[in-house]
Design a protein around this ligand. Structure first.
Ligand SMILES: Nc1ncnc2c1ncn2[C@@H]1O[C@H](COP(=O)(O)OP(=O)(O)O)[C@@H](O)[C@H]1O
Ligand SMILES: [Mg+2]
Length: 285
């Protein structure tokens, strides 16, 4: 035990001593006048230490308030990397990202992240009760608020079916929940926070089609006044977005509505064709 402990503790010390590469900018901007604007202005991004091979190239797009924008593309096309730049999990290499007209690096980092409800590809739940997990984004959320959020996220039923309800203890990595249940809790947690910007990174993939459809319909009601970014593999999940961005190898290769892209974009049509039958391909028109 001792040698293992010695090795671990020096590794832990190393981690603790590593300076944070993202500057929290404590004196940065905390309030903006406008709400609901997002702009990528010629963004190029390479992961730290891999400056020779950027994973995103010259990405530019703009969204309007209350719009839903979706990102599709094959695995490795850069969708997660792109959305991770918005809450500054990493900083851009070139170009800039504006949220409500302000460069994300000019915000007080906490204030920036308060605006954003981020639902990661892999639901991150903590050891603790369901309630503690749900209140992570809003510590003083009341039970009615939790009820509303879990209802929207289609999580209310399975929570109620547990003897201890919200007090149910989650094991490490929430291993006592199914993949879909974890995703729904993670969505509920973001809804509790009532953010200005929702970012769903493939958050619907573990849900069956029916739950996916009901959940997205309910989400539409609570996200009406927010900006919504959706990354998805399933065309059906994003086909009614106001704007769809097609990514391929870190570049934007198409942009438009479902109907426009089916008409004009080979990559998108291929993805759509492989998933939908011909009838629903034109449903969005
Ligand atoms: N933390 C990381 N460090 C280095 N490279 C990464 C990291 N995360 C992803 N990548 C690389 O970036 C590229 C885009 O990946 P990702 O953004 O995860 O794509 P997607 O979400 O579309 O599947 C891939 O080549 C992937 O290997
Ligand atoms: Mg991804």
């Amino acid at each position: 035990m001792y040698p293992r402990m010695a090795v671990s503790s020096s590794r832990i010390q190393e981690v603790m001593d590593t300076p944070i590469s993202i500057n929290p900018n404590e004196d940065g901007i905390t309030e903006t006048d406008s709400k609901g604007y997002l702009e990528f202005d010629n963004v190029t991004f390479a992961y730290p230490g891999e400056t020779e091979s950027p994973v995103l190239h010259n990405i530019s797009f703009k969204t309007k308030p209350e719009e839903t924008i979706a990102f599709v593309g094959s695995t490795g096309s850069g969708k997660s990397s792109l959305v991770n730049l918005i809450p500054r999990f990493f900083d851009v290499t070139l170009g800039r990202i504006l949220v409500d007209g302000v460069d994300v690096r000019d915000y007080n980092l906490k204030a920036l992240r308060r605006k954003i409800g981020f639902i990661p590809q892999k639901a991150l739940l903590f050891t603790g009760t369901i309630q503690e997990n749900l209140q992570y984004g809003k510590a003083d959320a009341t039970i009615p608020e939790l009820d509303q959020a879990t209802e929207v996220a289609q999580a209310k039923e399975f929570i109620a079916s547990r003897e201890e309800g919200y007090a149910t203890h989650l094991a490490e990595g929430a291993s006592n929940l199914s993949g879909g249940q974890k995703q729904r809790l993670s969505i509920a947690r973001a809804v509790v926070k009532t953010p200005d910007i929702y970012i769903f990174d493939d958050s619907f993939s573990a849900l069956d089609y029916k739950t996916d459809a009901v959940l997205r319909r309910r989400l539409k009601e609570v996200t009406r006044n927010a900006m919504v970014l959706i990354v998805a593999q399933r065309v059906r999940t994003i086909m009614d977005a106001d704007q769809i961005v097609v990514l391929d190898q870190g570049e934007i290769v198409g942009r438009g509505t479902h109907a426009e892209l089916v008409e004009s974009n080979d990559i998108y049509r291929e993805i759509a064709n492989s998933q939908l039958n011909n009838q629903s391909l034109t449903e969005g028109e």
